[in-house]
Design a binder for this molecule. Structure first.
Ligand SMILES: [Cu+2]
Length: 149
């Protein structure tokens, strides 16, 4: 009985305080010209839990679809590949950055401008949800992030 209660309380904590599970830093969404309907989000995410966090779905009111992408070298070209899931190991940090892992926001519901913010919901395979709000940073202010391959 006590065991069941403990499990129920854990579940409650997970539902009420999803932000405690994952910690997001340096997040931003790339602001592009209004003609663009696809953009990307970059951030670092830390899993401060004792268990790994398997991210398998991201949704946002700003886009009709959000995909987890990574860049892979195939021959001498750099290609984007979609990932079905991404494991954030216990106590570790995963970096989403230009040229590496990123979130692809597709079918933007409205143009994103500098000063806007984008809310993202991160769903784990166990049903946990973490939320993050990232500012939109226009490409004009972003030139120092660019990498050349
Ligand atoms: Cu991509």
């Amino acid at each position: 009985m006590v065991k069941h209660l403990a499990a129920a309380m854990l579940l409650l904590v997970a539902c009420v305080r999803p932000l405690a599970a994952l910690e997001f830093n340096q997040g931003f969404v790339r602001g592009l010209p209004p003609t663009q309907t696809t953009t990307a989000a970059f951030f670092t995410v830390r899993n401060s839990q004792q268990e790994s966090w398997v991210l398998n779905r991201v949704i946002s009111p700003a886009a009709s679809r959000v995909e987890i992408h990574e860049h892979v070298n195939s021959g001498d070209t750099l290609q984007m590949r979609q990932r079905e899931s991404l494991t954030i190991p216990a106590g570790e940090e995963v970096v989403f950055e230009p040229g590496g892992l990123h979130l692809m926001l597709m079918g933007l519901t409205a143009p994103l401008r500098e000063g806007d913010s984008v809310r993202l919901e991160f769903h784990s395979e166990t049903g946990a949800v973490a939320e993050a709000v990232f500012p939109v940073i226009s490409v004009i202010n972003e030139h120092h992030h660019h990498r050349h391959h």
